[in-house]
Design a protein around this ligand. Sequence first.
Ligand SMILES: NC(=O)C1=CN([C@@H]2O[C@H](COP(=O)(O)OP(=O)(O)OC[C@H]3O[C@@H](n4cnc5c(N)ncnc54)[C@H](O)[C@@H]3O)[C@@H](O)[C@H]2O)C=CC1
Ligand SMILES: O=C(O)CCC(=O)C(=O)O
Length: 421
Amino acid sequence: MSTDKYNPYENVVSTVNKAAAILGYSHSDYEAVLYPERELKVSVPVCMDDGSVRVFEGYRVQHSTSRGPAKGGIRYHQNVNEDEVKALAAWMTFKCAVVNIPYGGGKGGIVCDPTTLSEEELRRLTRRFTAMIAPIIGPEQDIPAPDVGTNATVMGWIMDTYSMLKGHCVPGVVTGKPLELGGALGRSEATGRGVMITSLNVLRALQIPISGTTAVVQGMGNVGSVSAKLLHMAGMKILGVSDVSGGLYCEDGLDIPDILEYINAKRGNLLEGYEKENVKHITNEELLELETTLLVPAALENQIHKDNADRIRAKVIVEAANGPTSIEADEILQKKGIVLVPDILANAGGVVVSYFEWVQNIQSVSWSEEHVNEQLKTIMDQAFKAVWDISKEKETTLRTGAYLIAVKRVVDAKNLRGIWP
Ligand SMILES: NC(=O)C1=CN([C@@H]2O[C@H](COP(=O)(O)OP(=O)(O)OC[C@H]3O[C@@H](n4cnc5c(N)ncnc54)[C@H](O)[C@@H]3O)[C@@H](O)[C@H]2O)C=CC1
Ligand SMILES: O=C(O)CCC(=O)C(=O)O
């Protein structure tokens, strides 16, 4: 556990300031991107199954709409708070900019533990929340998607509630929907696929062979489980995986298909209770500190912080989660020579395929999964090369390199539009 007083929004501001200094900006050139454009806080009353009424706190933050509609997920988690949603929204702005898709950034969240709510309670919470944020979302304004604690089912409820309010079907209001409601083939695996593509790109750039190379994945939800599956399929040896219930370790490599079958068959999808010869149970702290070539944090923010960064023994970190590394930890990792691919690049596969879903919804067309995956790979490869090249040219970390590209694109768009009136 970190002893930092961690504020994710301060992390974003500090990273943007660093990139702006290298870009030679004066404060007024980019000050506007340091603030979210719009923040909506709602109190959501929900009739619980026992007949009582509980009021939940919810947020939708639009960090930027300079390059297009705001875009980003909705999180259901007990630790959601305003600064976290602001940071997640800002990361979306820079993520969409670094992969050059025509969106700004937004994010939403509800302070709740979805594992303690019944399906009916979750549905009522989602519908009421959607109605309360409906004035600021829409296919041309702000398009939600899944994040921690939400999934395709929740996106289906959002799409239906918004459509009922408009009086007609509006599939493009949300992405990550069920396929039957206009969801895109490939979206459910897209973030993990992008993580795999980026992991292979960085290993190749560092001339590290892929086959038999070791990897560790923290988080076995949507992003972590697909990342582990695809890295394993690419020939890597997955030494460890974990989730909120703890971690598993096997020095000969874990049987990932068997683990996925185990968690997918269980309510809550947790690793706890998994037993297999040569597989040891370890803590999340121990997992992060394993000796491995590749470490993929795919859970929550601030997992690698000033108190454990010095003990990280990975050669390469690919940030599948948003904000898993604190600013202080970044500096320690850099000094240790650990190469880190930042979240805004590494986990952009999800929003890239969300963009494909939105494009298909707006045009009423449907792409094959093969086409989606090909287009995703093209965008992820191009973005990785651009970030790698600028980092070499400017002698910066890959995080700073990614922000040099992203901040410039957002600031250019903002300045070209001018200040109104
Ligand atoms: N779902 C998506 O398409 C995208 C998600 N992300 C980011 O990826 C990360 C994971 O998101 P999802 O997989 O969608 O969420 P999820 O809700 O499907 O899974 C979260 C996973 O993290 C685990 N976890 C929670 N607390 C933990 C802890 N303290 N230690 C270890 N594991 C813990 C959970 O048990 C679960 O396995 C988040 O940072 C999210 O913002 C980023 C881009 C897109
Ligand atoms: O698919 C999307 O629109 C956004 C996914 C997301 O929330 C993220 O990339 O952090």
